[in-house]
Design a binder for this molecule. Structure first.
Ligand SMILES: Nc1ncnc2c1ncn2[C@@H]1O[C@H](COP(=O)(O)OP(=O)(O)OP(=O)(O)O)[C@@H](O)[C@H]1O
Ligand code: SF4
Ligand SMILES: [Mg+2]
Length: 336
């Protein structure tokens, strides 16, 4: 078996919480707090969870925009999070990002052709003429007219601007794209067009995606695997079809209960699980299971012991004492 393209191991990203006039450190905000995940070459892993669960911070750490507090990030076998890693250079070309907002991602004063060519110029790829040819090819690939390379971003719609951003992201032929809510800022009517484009590019170039989203209905048809994140940790991870058909973690169940079903009869029968309260602060996470303050089935053990990810079925893991008990904990699960 070949190694995954990306392996994240026990990754932590903590931010100091500063208080007072002199900005003393009053504690640590644990945005990412012990995450393990793998992405195979050519596969897409969706990362879902409420706002503030740490999805973008995890993406930023993989990209190298955010320094991890601890842990390892293996890309093609080398630890790119390690200081002096040989993998650092590769990361600059092989891992690219597409953000949510295509308006702020593009310099309004720059021709879009120059924006797309920028990563090529930075990495010294090709002559000016070769770069112009590559820009035309990229524009065509993302469904835009190559003759429009000399236009400014404001000549394009939101969906077209996201196509331009995607063209720039794939200019260096990366292996992994981090897609941080790539369609959330777009009109609902054009979201599926952009998702189709991403799907097509993946099929054509064997790209891998880390697809960050808080919308599970988008993820269902897009991702091979899905990881559900809660307060800096993975609550559940598995093949998308398995997680949707047999969610194990109560948090996943609650998120899925809000996703409309294609079958109207099943939709009418379904019960929405409403989560009470907001996401607790990652600066003061609950003891034991982080979901225990909102979990509808929490028991005593949940407030004392933090569950670790346990294997449920091939490639499907969840962190829940009651649903996937760890060896030796079953006896302590009764409340009261
Ligand atoms: N640079 C930073 N300094 C301090 N705290 C930060 C920083 N970046 C993120 N955080 C905090 O880390 C936590 C996780 O943030 P993050 O942006 O990763 O969440 P998210 O899951 O991407 O949320 P959203 O769905 O809103 O984009 C939040 O509590 C956020 O306030
Ligand atoms: S460990 Fe307990 S609190 Fe956490 S999700 Fe499972 S049942 Fe709920
Ligand atoms: Mg985010």
């Amino acid at each position: 078996m070949t190694a995954p393209l990306l392996s994240v191991r026990d990754l932590h990203v903590h931010f100091p919480v500063r208080r007072g006039f002199f900005g003393q450190t009053a504690g640590m905000l644990k945005a990412v707090d012990g995450v393990d995940l793998d992405i195979e070459a050519g596969q897409s892993l969706a990362l879902v969870g409420e706002s503030g669960s740490g999805k973008s911070t995890l993406g930023a750490a993989i990209l190298g925009m955010q320094k991890p507090t601890a842990g390892q990030i293996f890309f093609e076998g080398s630890d790119i999070a390690a200081k002096d890693s040989h993998g650092q250079g590769a990361r600059l070309r092989d891992i690219q990002i597409v953000f949510q907002d295509p308006v702020s991602a593009l310099n309004p004063r720059m021709d879009i052709g120059d924006s797309i060519a920028e990563p090529l110029a930075i990495h010294g790829v090709g002559t000016g003429q070769e770069r112009r040819r590559r820009v035309a090819e990229l524009l065509e690939l993302v469904g835009l007219n190559p003759a429009h390379a000399d236009r400014k971003p404001n000549a394009f719609s939101g969906g077209q601007r996201q196509r331009i951003v995607i063209a720039r992201a794939i200019a260096l032929q990366p292996k992994l794209l981090i897609l941080d809510e790539p369609v959330s800022a777009l009109d609902v009517s054009i979201r599926s067009q952009i998702l189709n484009l991403l799907f097509e590019l993946q099929r054509r170039f064997g790209l891998s995606y880390l697809f960050i989203s808080h919308d599970l209905s988008v993820v269902r048809h897009f991702a091979d695997r899905v990881a559900v994140m809660y307060l800096g940790r993975i609550a559940e991870i598995g093949a998308t079809a398995d997680v949707f058909a047999r969610p194990a973690h109560p948090y996943t169940e609650a998120l899925l209960s809000a996703v409309p079903l294609p079958d109207p009869v099943a939709q009418r029968r379904r019960q929405r699980i409403l989560l009470e309260g907001d996401l607790p602060s990652p600066a003061a996470p609950p003891a034991g299971c982080r979901f225990s303050t909102r979990c509808p089935i929490a028991a005593d053990i949940c407030r004392d012991v933090s569950p670790s990810l346990q294997l449920l079925a091939q490639g499907h893991r969840a962190a829940c004492h009651l649903r996937v008990p760890e060896p030796g904990t079953e006896a302590r699960t009764h409340s009261g």
